[in-house]
Design a protein around this ligand. Structure first.
Ligand SMILES: [Zn+2]
Length: 377
């Protein structure tokens, strides 16, 4: 709620100009992202302080309770939903809170505000451990990793900042106009970290307003530019509330009783497609969707892409209006349609048909991030 209130103060009418996107780095966020990524990848760094930090984080994971309550109030249990799901949710929550603290000292405040993470995990233990891991790896990170990591992330930031302003504005305007977004933020703050565990982006709440964290990771050049626009689009979606193509798709999917996967991923796929198209139209005509290049679409979104791509093209070129686009997308996602297509391909590839059908009820496989400030980022 605080997040939305903060956003409302910064929101302005579309006529007031396009939102500026500010990219920056922080050594604290880079260090935390790196030790978490090392722990997730089961790396054993040679430097003793870094190794100790990774071991401490792994030991913390072993102390995670067997269930977690999500912000939406849903109880997720290891026995029913799988240990990996519970651990993933704990880490995502801890990551978001750590990034939002903005410094190692800032972590000390969290247990006072939130004594239990996810309703079960002792926050003093969790953030005490994270603080310890940061302290014991600080000097080695600063001397051995940060210089090269910082310049790698900086080259990503530079390549985005070097897009001529007119082209960048055109790309942002294309997304805002196609998605029918009128209420928008004045600016979007993004912190670029060299490495990050879990999905490669999240939006967190800080003392000074919302902050997008992006793990530069493997993304370079126009791929990185698309990731920045995609994350910015999540902020546009949040600020616009229900008054956007994404909000309307979400509402229409809900009204049609579609699966939780559809309610989340039908609008999310539109975000992927629009960000990629914006890069192609205004930055690099040879650009290929990040979702294709890095296999994100293949994790359950390619069917949605096939449905949405031609309809969005018609919307972009004003051949149809937003209402018609929403109607067509939801109609093409009807259970009857999915079933008939699955049956049609069942004769040649029955296993695949089953797989496609099964995916429609599996939430959260397609995105590269989940936010800490929203239920579906
Ligand atoms: Zn996303």
């Amino acid at each position: 709620m605080t997040f939305l209130a903060v956003i409302a103060l910064h929101a302005s009418a579309a006529q007031a100009g396009l939102p500026a996107i500010h990219l920056s780095q922080s050594e604290f966020a880079a260090q935390y992202g790196t030790i978490r990524a090392m722990e997730e990848a089961k790396e054993t760094p040679e430097a003793p302080g870094l190794r100790k930090a990774v071991e401490d984080l792994a030991a913390l994971q072993h102390r995670f309770p067997s269930r977690i309550k999500t912000r939406a109030g849903q109880l997720v249990e290891a026995e029913k939903d799988g240990r990996a799901r519970v651990d993933g949710l704990y880490w995502r929550t801890l990551d978001a809170l750590t990034f939002s603290a903005e410094s190692a000292e800032g972590l000390n405040r969290i247990p006072d505000i939130m004594p239990k993470v996810g309703g079960e995990l002792d926050a003093s233990d969790a953030f005490g451990t994270i603080r310890k891991a940061l302290d014991e790896s600080k000097d080695e990170f600063a001397s051995k990793l940060w210089p090269s990591e910082r310049s790698a992330a900086q080259s990503c930031i530079d390549s985005f900042d070097e897009i001529p302003p007119a082209k960048r504005d055109a790309a942002i305007r294309f997304i805002l106009q196609t998605a029918g977004i009128k209420k928008q933020p004045n600016s979007i703050e993004m912190l670029i970290v060299p490495r990050m565990a879990g999905p490669e982006g999240m939006t967190v709440r800080t003392m000074t307003g919302p902050l997008v964290i992006i793990g530069a990771g493997k993304y370079r050049g126009s791929d990185f530019d698309e990731v920045v626009l995609h994350e910015a689009t999540h902020v546009f979606d949040t600020v616009a509330g229900t008054e956007s193509l994404f909000g309307e798709l979400r509402a229409a999917a809900q009204a049609a009783n579609r699966s939780a996967f559809d309610v989340e991923e039908v609008p999310h796929t539109a975000m992927f497609l629009l960000a990629a198209e914006a890069i192609r139209l205004f930055v690099d005509p040879k650009h290929k969707d990040v979702g294709e290049t890095f296999g994100i679409y293949a994790r359950g979104l390619d069917r949605l892409c096939r449905v949405e791509r031609p309809i969005l093209k018609d919307l972009e070129s004003h051949r149809i209006g937003a209402d018609e686009a929403v109607k067509r997308i939801i109609d093409r996602r009807s259970p009857q349609f999915i079933e008939s297509e699955a049956y049609a391909s069942a004769s040649s590839a029955p296993r695949r048909a089953f797989f496609i059908y099964g995916l429609s009820s599996r939430a959260g496989t397609g995105g590269w991030h989940r936010g800490a400030t929203r239920s579906a980022t």
